[in-house]
Design a protein around this ligand. Sequence first.
Ligand code: GMT
Length: 372
Amino acid sequence: MRIGITCYPSHGGSGVVATELGKLLAERGHDIHFITYDMPFRLGRFHQNIRYHGVEAHRYAVFKYPPYDLALASRMAQVAKEYQLDLLHVHYAVPHAIAAVLAKQMVGDHLKVVTTLHGTDITVLGEDPSLRDVICFGIQNSDAVTAVSDDLVRQTEDLFCVNKEIERIYNFVDTRVYYPRDVEPLRDHCCEKTEKLLLHISNFRAVKRPLDVISIFHRVASEIPARLFLVGEGPEMPKVIQRVQELGLDDKVVFLGKQDEVAQLISLADLLLLPSEKESFGLVALEAMACGVPTIASNAGGIPEVVTHGQNGFLAPVGAIEEMAQYALMLLRDDALHQNFSQAGLDRVKQEFCGLKIAGQYEQLYAKVLAR
Ligand code: GMT
């Protein structure tokens, strides 16, 4: 098949999933065309069967805002015509589904539109009255719509009451990149032998509750020797830095900033903390699971579909800092339990979230849409 893919190319789970899916589909012989404003950061080196088409939105004195959405629709239509694309697979309802629907009107009905919802487009933007109707329009006019968890399917149906079947297709992880590694020598450079290493990776927006991460870690570090790695940047970071200083944790918390390659970093850790308020899936928990690292998370959104409480991680209500800290201590103090959780996570990744299985589900969906 000839497939156009549009996503947000910067750091973020949706861009990662879209890019990794494109790479996997290209390996399976499909022609993949990324149509985005920047090269997706996970695309990296040259890949056979993958082309990149940049989108440029110019500033004009007459317009207050550069017309990005229209530039994207126009680029999608150009690429679709030039390379005879069968379909556009867009990640995020706004503006990508809208631009794709517009491109389809320009190119013809034979060009199909598949939209994947990732969460923020529904749970955050969907509550904005200025975007509600246009999100609904994008969903309704896509030829097929998928969401990354059952929870997101439910939320989309409840919020938008759309008369459209939404298929759940889980995210996946490439186990050739994410796997348990022997990181002992590197770990010796990062922390003391006696210390346990906790990790949090996010974009440090308020919905990730990064201050809870600090509170949980503070509680853990008051009982056992421990160190916390923070990966990512975002609007809550100044508050996080302040809290770390107030609690006197400066020498135990390491700020690593944005990182492109996190597989090795994850493998260094004993635990991942993900106490989010909203999370349609929680890709980072899946990446950790694939590296054999259990997660302590909130039971928000789709997280319980990824992390199984008491088997490969622990879940607690949003904001339940003490409960999460106790779970963390339980796992960090009991090597056998940690080992069981780690193995259970690796088994679950193989069964539920392997790339081949998920790519196959998308291929079936594409074939169904093209046969209509
Ligand atoms: O979590 C974020 O803030 C980034 C956001 C994105 O657009 O990349 O993540 C969303 O999509 C990911 C991939 O499907 C999911 O793993 C995240 O749970 C989801 N974030 C939210 O629902 C808040």
